[in-house]
Design a protein around this ligand. Sequence first.
Ligand SMILES: [Zn+2]
Length: 674
Amino acid sequence: MRLWKVFLLLLVTTLAVSETAPLKGVEVSDMDRTADPCTDFYQYANGTWRAQNPIPASMTRWSRRWAAGETTKDKLKAILDDAAQDKSAPKGSTGQLIGDFYGACMDDSRVNARGIEPLRPYLERIDAAKDMAALQQAMMQLHDNLVIVPFALSGSQDPHEPTMVMADISANALGLPERDYYLRPEPRFAEARDKYRQHIINMFKLVGWDDAKSSAAAQTVITMETSFAKAALSPTELRDPKATDHKTTFAQLQQMAPHVDWPDYFKHKQLPQDVDLNVQEPRFLEEVERQMQLTSLDDWKIYFKWHLLNQAASYLSDPLVNEDFAFNGKYLGGATEIKPRWKRCVEDTDFLLGEALGQKYVEKYFPPEAKARMQDMVKNLLAAMKDDIVSLPWMSAETKQKALVKLSTFNPKIGYPDKWKDYSSVDVHRDLFFENAMNGRKFLVEDDRSTIGRPVDRGRWGMTPPTSDAYYNPLLNEIVFPAGILQPPAFNMEAVDAVNYGAIGVVIGHEVSHGFDDQGAQYDAKGALSNWWTADDLKKFQARAQCVADQFDNYFIEPGVHHNGKLVKGESIGDLGGVKIAYLAYQKSLEGKPRPADIDGFTPEQQFFIAWGQFRGDATRIEQQRLMMQTDPHPVAKYRVIGPLSNFTEFQKAFQCKADSPMVRSADKRCEVW
Ligand SMILES: [Zn+2]
């Protein structure tokens, strides 16, 4: 950039700042200052907010961040209400698609009047199958509509040839959250099985089956799923990229499960038989084969009908919607009330036509200044990570060099995609909500299938723009921040840097650190699953990662139920690294400037940590916490605050905590990975 341009830019920035109110610090009124920051920092940073803002009946977690996510839905509603009212939008235009989709969803009297009628053709197609070959035809139709059981075939980057997308076959056979729910003897799992059985019975009764037929069907489903569960990997095992890396030829696939008509399946998917192929769980596929031999045609039909019903329930009439919520939302998640219809319709539109809706959202609500400031922060975080890697005492120069190469190829994506998905082929009608949803699901499946066998399109996004979240993709080595998270409390244009570095800064640092967590560290700069570590460094790294797993194994949510350190290891390494490099980046941003003033009696460093405690300050229902223990690689919010900060000496210094405080882990137990 030419010098005069820099000057002009500085001038404009200075003018803008001098005209506005002073930048804000942390939310003092959210804090519980009766709590001791060195004893329970989670309570100290955000306890009053939680006490004054109970979790709404329809939510399972609540914090300023979750509230912001719900406020985003108000904004999306305004966009969708406008689109639904505009009857002049041409067929296939963004306005027509989202307007009619939302309008049809909101027409609950029509949805209720149709009852389960829209589902009938799908059920009849399954019923009509006279043999396994015909049943496979019905299964393929279900797969086209995103009812993907018992296995799924989707596009996935080839971990050995990361410029290409391969066909990836995964296990997807269960109606309960994961295998433990079928196999473990503890009362809470036994109870979940009983509730699930009753739920299946209730659902089949709603399609008109009698008691006996529904009960028998529930038994069939549970028997089949239990066998699948025995053969399936756990969420923890699935986190290991090597455990799911099984490059397979078409001939090998046919040997694994000869009773699946693979030539027909691939033809239906419009894929050549020599397409590069991975089978995530060969043992599971062998179980599919076993069941295809042993399980009767009638039982398979019940299994498919159940999963169709389970997936489609939310697009049908109120009795099915409510029964689906009673089990999945209320029993498993702990929410006591279903979300209002408009909110569910907003979520459905976001799920099925996300980039069409997202395009309208960013036009209206995502200012270019936000993107610029975010780009700046990402740059500073990456620079801090670089300094951090260079200064690591435990890593050899050889491995550091490789880590720096990987870091230099990180690709940040901010706000929204450069190129939007084209949904114009999706058939959407104002009076056909169920069919619209099926067509939207068909689009998602086809959009994914069309990537297989082709070079990777690096412009694709894995989250929609309004999403209040972020991710790292190890194969693309990219960190992605949708517009939806770039608002308070994560990111606040009106807040001081200490607050932004403590919130979105740690989120950025977290995503960067994922590139170097127990999973990400197995991928190289090109996204290939290939070791770039010396044997000695790898051993040291694994020991450091184990320290984090051990720490979280000891965090309980209720007597007898604690985190699974192995499951949350990657996310917790992300948080630990995230806090550190965001802190370093913040300190670096202060270099050569006068020290920022304290605000409300808090030093800049204290503000940084409080901001993290406030951003990550969720109250979480106990049912949701139990579910997370089993399935979620993220720890609950309380431990995402306490866990990393109690390892970090700068935190101890900022609050002058004594060495034996609960928020200070003793030197022999303290974890530091990056
Ligand atoms: Zn993460």
